[in-house]
Design a protein around this ligand. Structure first.
Ligand SMILES: NC(=O)c1ccc[n+]([C@@H]2O[C@H](COP(=O)([O-])OP(=O)(O)OC[C@H]3O[C@@H](n4cnc5c(N)ncnc54)[C@H](OP(=O)(O)O)[C@@H]3O)[C@@H](O)[C@H]2O)c1
Length: 348
């Protein structure tokens, strides 16, 4: 599918001896949105098994907020520190997702060619908020179907992969009763849709202004967390998905039937350590950094292309407005994804 050619090719050195440069959103210290700035940085060098992707769209997710602000669930800083950095960020270029066009491929790459429209999760390596992004061809990367724009595709990745991997650890089938806490966020909007697509009866927990949104995604009941006690539903469910961190085992048990499954998308250190022992209390608890794959991403894209899964985009910001995008994500009130437009995609 043809796309607008880029303004200039940042892979080409501009002066003799100078390496190729590009713009990227970087942070050199932890803090509020203002620690982020657009900087001129070297273009990453793709290895023999890598793609170099010219970015059109990315998103600012809660993971960017967490890394930028070093705002991790209680106790998790100890585990994350060696990866993200203790005193200063080890990953200076933020962004865990990218959608764009393959600009170059390493000599050993098969299955991708320059010009292909792709979307990828860069994972804990980050680096997605840049004009050019290095992606291992064996990583979580997939072709974007013609039916989807690149900004739509990128909006699926963070929430969709998370929802997919957690739901794969529960028995969700026609008639399953599921309760989704934080149903209007990036992860929650995907959990609601994927669970409903499997035939579950979904009770969505969010604030009243987001009730129509979650119903449109497949929720059959909505609980307003600002006015109702989520654990006093008056019935028990088979699966609880906590995308907020306010339904740890002790609270979730009040609404979970015996033998049910608690999917802790957010858990602090105590919740993570305690998860295997939930069985002693008659339920299963799942948490942690679950693996994901290119096949999972391809499946999400297929569902979106056929109309089963809707990318939910709250706001779109120009790359230059990345600080404003962080400010909005920091409110904790976004609905679905916040997209960062790096280049406009114009399609024939
Ligand atoms: N374990 C993993 O692999 C993994 C992967 C990805 C994300 N996560 C974690 O998952 C969490 C959710 O991520 P996200 O991207 O979905 O966040 P998000 O998009 O920022 O979530 C925002 C939503 O949360 C809702 N919310 C806020 N407080 C709430 C409350 N007390 N009760 C119910 N809903 C509430 C808001 O709804 P209202 O405005 O309607 O209240 C808003 O729509 C993050 O903590 C993230 O770190 C974990």
């Amino acid at each position: 599918m043809p796309t607008t050619p880029h303004r200039s090719d940042p892979t080409t050195p501009t002066a003799p001896g100078a390496g190729p440069r590009m713009r990227a959103a970087v942070h050199e210290r932890y803090g509020g949105p203002d620690v982020v700035r657009l900087a001129d940085v070297p273009v990453p060098t793709p290895g023999p098994d890598d793609l170099l992707v010219r970015a059109y769209a990315s998103d600012v997710s809660v993971a960017d907020h967490r890394l930028r602000a070093r705002d991790l669930p209680r106790g998790m800083g100890v585990l994350a520190g060696p990866v993200v950095g203790f005193r200063r960020p080890r990953r200076q270029v933020l962004g865990m997702e990218v959608a764009g066009v393959v600009a170059a491929t390493g000599p050993r790459v098969t299955g991708f060619r320059p010009g292909d429209r792709v979307v990828a999760a860069t994972g804990s390596g980050f680096g997605g908020h840049a004009e050019l992004v290095r992606v291992p061809a064996s990583g979580v990367v997939a072709h974007v179907p013609d039916a989807l724009r690149l900004d739509e595709a990128v909006a699926l990745v963070f929430g969709g992969l998370t929802a997919h991997k957690f739901l794969s650890r529960a028995d969700v089938r026609p008639g399953t009763e599921a309760l989704v806490n934080g149903a209007s966020g990036a992860v929650g909007t995907m959990v609601v849709q994927l669970a409903a697509a499997r035939g579950a009866r979904v009770t969505a927990v969010c604030s009243a202004p987001n009730a129509d949104l979650v119903r449109s995604l497949g929720a059959t009941e909505v609980v307003d967390h600002l006015t109702q006690d989520v654990t006093a539903l008056g019935r028990r469910v088979d699966v609880v998905v906590d995308c907020v961190g306010t339904l740890p085992l002790a609270r979730a048990r009040r609404v979970l039937r015996r033998g049910g499954t608690l999917l802790l998308v957010v858990a602090d250190l105590a919740g993570t350590i305690g998860a295997p022992f939930a069985r002693l209390r008659g339920v299963r608890a799942v948490t942690g950094d679950l693996p994901t794959s290119a096949a999972d991403l391809t499946e999400l894209l297929r569902l979106a292309a056929e109309g089963t899964l809707r990318p939910v985009v709250d706001r779109t910001y120009a790359f230059e407005d990345v600080v404003e995008a962080h400010r909005y994500v920091d409110t904790g009130r976004k609905r679905g994804a916040v997209v960062l437009r790096i280049l406009p995609e114009v399609r024939a």
